[in-house]
Ligand binder design. Sequence first.
Ligand code: ADP
Length: 397
Amino acid sequence: MNILVINCGSSSLKYQLINSETGDVLAKGLCERIGIDGSCLTHTPAGKDKVVIKEEMPDHNKAVKMVIDALTDENHGVVKSLSEIGAVGHRVVHGGEKFNKAVLIDEGVLKDIEELSSLAPLHNPANIIGINACKENMPTTPQVAVFDTAFHQTMPKKAYLYGLPYEYYEKYKVRRYGFHGTSHDFVSKHAAEMIGKDRKDLKIIVCHLGNGASVSAVKNGECVDTSMGLTPLEGLMMGTRSGDMDPAIMEYICKQENLTASEMNTVLNKKSGVYGLSNYTSSDFRDLGEAAEAGNTYAKDALDTYSYRVAKYIGAYMMAMGGVDIIAFTAGIGENNYQVRRGVCDYLEGMGIAIDDEKLKIRGEDLIVSKEGSKIQVMIVPTNEELAIAQQTLALL
Ligand code: ADP
């Protein structure tokens, strides 16, 4: 069955049409600047050149119409009609405590996602707009919500509670939720398959290192801890997000720089992480690597701090699970960036895990990089969140 996977932001919409049996991507694309002047759709059919369609998209409804037109177009389309799209799988960021797996969307589910918007004010409303636009344009096609938080719902209380007044949890649901769940689920499953085992019998640490980054501890197939929290700001230092820090820094800097709490929140989300720490050199790890090699000490410090923090989480999760069988690197940096992987593996070697440095340099493919005979397997496992969403959508139908 062909499944349309939708990842909707407030002014953008990414899509992939996937044959869920073979995993083949038939076409993918991106609508940009929805509701802003100069909107455009970039559509790439498999094996063909991309097509850029510049047309105003005043809202997401128009964007979805254009996506359907592109997918069914005589020249650059990949299906004859809408009837060849069996279902739509939507990436939904926050499922709160309500959703521990993907669900078929009905009015009740939509209402629940809306109610969870207070926990993800930037994301859930955009996801709802995407769902409604698809419902409008494809009224008879089943729509499925796949939540970023769902995989982490198996965490025990001791992992998800914060050291705050309990009433905040009861009144406002302040707790750790975790994100990138679809990726942690997909990668932990696939990592186990790579050594011919079932993840039910393994302890796995997944390091999802992209612009946003998180680590998870997956024990016997279930997530038992993860580094992101109520929001994606907690945990690892990221491209532009601070990750863990002393919460008292908030008030201190607000006073020093005369900022409001909301302005400080923007600093922590958009101007911090390796970007801020490298003295605004870049949030992109390729730039940082080049800058560090050219002698930029801010960039070098940012990279060192980044790897150190990933290693610290690995150590913590080994303790949480009573050991580890597999440590998997994934996402843009985890799959491609030798410097960061090398930095983290230095700490692993300090614990006696032997790494094949030549393999560690290889980019973007399934690969075991620990040396043969190693008790702990270190791996590179490219993630594929869209395929995972398509598979979960299919499973529900
Ligand atoms: P997002 O969270 O936006 O999906 P990605 O998973 O695409 O992020 O990761 C983006 C990061 O991956 C960037 O910092 C980028 O520098 C890094 N990256 C991507 N490709 C490479 C590469 N070939 N070499 C080194 N770093 C890379």
